[in-house]
Structure formats: C-alpha cells, structure tokens
Design a binder for this molecule. Structure first.
Ligand SMILES: NC(=O)c1ccc[n+]([C@@H]2O[C@H](COP(=O)([O-])OP(=O)(O)OC[C@H]3O[C@@H](n4cnc5c(N)ncnc54)[C@H](OP(=O)(O)O)[C@@H]3O)[C@@H](O)[C@H]2O)c1
Length: 328
C-alpha cells in the first residue's frame, strides 16, 4: 500500500509517499481502507521532532481517517467488513490502509459524506471534549480560543452554537488571519499582540472571558489568567511552539478569582478512556447527520500534497481544516 512516511526529524524534505506493507488487525483491532484522512498539527510536531511525538524513525503520521472496514481482528463485534466508519488510529492514518482499536472505530451514519467525516475522530471530537468535558462550557459563556484560524479553531466555532450558543473571541498569530476567523463564526478576532488584553476587556465590557482554550503551551498562560472572568476556566491543550513549558500558576493566583487550569490530551484519552473518546466521536457524527453541523474542509487531491500542507501549518499560514483524499 502507499503511505506517507517521515524518515527523520525536519520538514517536507523528509516526508515521502512510499510503498509499504499493509497492516493486519490484531485482537480488538480493525483495518480500514482509507477514503479520506484528516491533517492535524500533531503530525507537524512529530515531523519537527518535538519530544514525545515519535518513538522512532521512520514515523507513520496520521491520526484520523474515514473509509470502509477491510478486516476485523479477533473478538471484534458490532462492525462488519465494508461498513463505512471513521477511526482514530495511533498513527499511520495517512495511508491507503490504517489500523485502529475497534473501540475507536465508529460507524458513519447514512448521509454523512466520508470527506467531512474524516475531520471527526481527532479534530471535531477534540473540539467537543475541550468545550464539554474539559471546559465545562455552559450556554451563554464567552469563550476565547487561541489560534482560532486553524482546524480546531474552526471546529469550536461550529460547535458553540449547537451547544446553546455563546460569545466567541478568537486570537490569531497574524492580523491577516483575523477576517477568516470572523468568517468561521467568531464574534471578534484579534491578533495576539500587546493590545490583546485591552481589546478583550473592551469586547467583554471589562468582565473577561468564562473559558479560554489555549494550545500555545504556557507562553500565553499569564495573559490567559488576566483575560479570565471570575470563576473562569483555562484549558491548556497543546504546545504549538514546541519549547520548554513553564510552571503552572501559584495557587494564590487561582484562588484569588476562583480560576481553574485544566489540561486536555486526545492521545491520553485514547489510551486511558477510549470509550469516552468513542462517545464524543459518535456525538459529533450524530450532529453531522442531523444537518446542524457544517465544518468546511479543504480537500487535498492525494497523499503527495500533504507535506506542503504540513508546511503551511508549521509556518502558520494554514486556514481551517484540511483533509486528503486517499482513495475512492
Ligand atoms: N490536546 C489535544 O488533544 C489536541 C488535539 C488537537 C489539536 N491540538 C492542538 O491544537 C492546535 C491546533 O491544531 P490544528 O490541528 O487545528 O492545527 P492548526 O490550527 O490548523 O495549525 C496550527 C496553528 O498553530 C498556531 N501556532 C502558534 N504557535 C505556533 C508555532 N510556534 N509554530 C507553528 N504554529 C503555531 C498557528 O496559528 P496562529 O499563528 O494563528 O496562532 C498555526 O496555524 C495545535 O497546537 C495542536 O497541537 C491538541
């Protein structure tokens, strides 16, 4: 089968489509003929060589796919060969055949296109879990999202109205990305510069925000604490810069305003509580089937186009969600 293979830490010069053996499922696993695969920043972090994102080279990237069940491993029930599914593989999703745990392989409801479904197992499911499980979002909350112009940023903008609605403030690394964030559903979008705190205070009438969703490691944490309203929640869910992380804030700073700082990791939930992640994937698929959720995706024509799209993500030029058509 054809698969995207990352051969060493670096950039697109070390990413090639290669012919490798197709995986076979072990007990509790499923293989999938991949129709579409989603692109995610975690693959860029692995490609850069960030600590903890790849165990060894060559590395097979790709952590969300849609397609049809190819083969069932021993003990798998509730799925059949040929079923339309999405899945969250540990890796190797940017390939013609992917392997995933059955608990993280979920049937796609009739009427939901596999192209859009490919954005569910990692991207949209993470957005749902950030808002619900980690962020305790309640209707009417003001939510601030850093890097609002990317795949996760757009997914959050789609989900908030479906969860009762709220006020959405996005931040972007470059001012020219602000318009796209507003188009994606943000009420306000601001560049992350020295004026951000004042801009957010003005937009919230001085109150601050109820929920901050922050994938920037700890570089913006001090600002997040200043941006949060009384009782605010801050969810840290990434380290886009890949640098060293600072200590968490002192207890006194949290107690002074009843603030919560929480971590979230899709990978940790896939390993530690996969049934919970599976339920989030199902819930988002049901929203897609109901017609209320519409996440626009940019389709790449084949695996060969992926390294350049990873470049755009790494160089902070990417806008919205990318999926690649693998076959079919
Ligand atoms: N914890 C989890 O389970 C989980 C799951 C999915 C995604 N994430 C995180 O959520 C973020 C968004 O993911 P995505 O897949 O939707 O990617 P994306 O937003 O489409 O692309 C990554 C964005 O990160 C921002 N960024 C900030 N600092 C950066 C840096 N030093 N180098 C490169 N980019 C930087 C850039 O936007 P701006 O310049 O506008 O800030 C860039 O466009 C990523 O940080 C990812 O790791 C975490």
């Amino acid at each position: 089968m054809r698969a995207l293979v990352m051969t060493a830490a670096g950039g697109s010069e070390n990413s090639q489509v290669q012919e490798i053996d197709a995986p076979r499922p072990g007990p509790g696993e499923v293989t999938i003929d991949v129709a579409y695969a989603g692109l995610n920043f975690v693959d860029v972090m692995a490609r850069r060589g960030d600590g903890g994102y790849t165990a060894a080279w060559p590395h097979l990237p790709g952590k969300e796919v849609s397609g049809t069940v190819r083969e069932l491993g021993e003990g798998v029930t509730g799925l059949a060969v040929g079923d339309r599914v999405v899945a969250a593989p540990v890796g190797g999703g940017l390939a013609e055949v992917a392997i995933a745990a059955a608990v993280l392989t979920v049937p796609v409801p009739d009427g939901v296109p596999l192209r859009e479904a490919a954005a569910v197992p990692l991207g949209l499911a993470t957005a749902m879990l950030l808002l619900g499980d980690a962020g305790r979002f309640a209707a009417g909350d003001t939510v601030l999202v850093h890097s609002a112009g990317g795949g996760i940023g757009h997914a959050i903008a789609q989900l908030v109205p479906l969860l009762g609605g709220g006020r959405l403030i996005g931040t972007v690394g470059r001012p020219e990305k602000a318009a796209a964030a507003v188009e994606a559903g943000y009420d306000h979008a601001f560049a992350r510069d020295a004026d951000l705190l004042d801009a957010v205070r003005e937009a919230t009438g001085g109150k601050g925000v109820d929920l901050v969703l922050d994938p920037l490691g700890t570089e913006a944490l001090d600002l997040d604490l200043d941006l949060a309203a009384h009782g605010g929640r801050i969810v840290l869910f990434g380290n886009a810069g890949g640098g060293a992380l600072d200590a968490l804030p002192p207890l006194g700073r949290l107690m002074a305003d009843n603030l919560t700082v929480t971590g979230f990791s899709h990978r940790a939930m896939a390993a530690g509580d996969p049934a919970r992640l599976g339920r989030a994937i199902r819930r988002v698929l049901d929203l897609l089937a109901g017609g209320g959720l519409d996440l626009p995706v940019t389709e790449l024509a084949g695996l060969e186009a992926v390294p350049a799209a990873h470049d755009a993500m790494q160089e902070r030029r990417a806008l919205g969600k990318y999926v690649v058509r693998v076959s079919g």
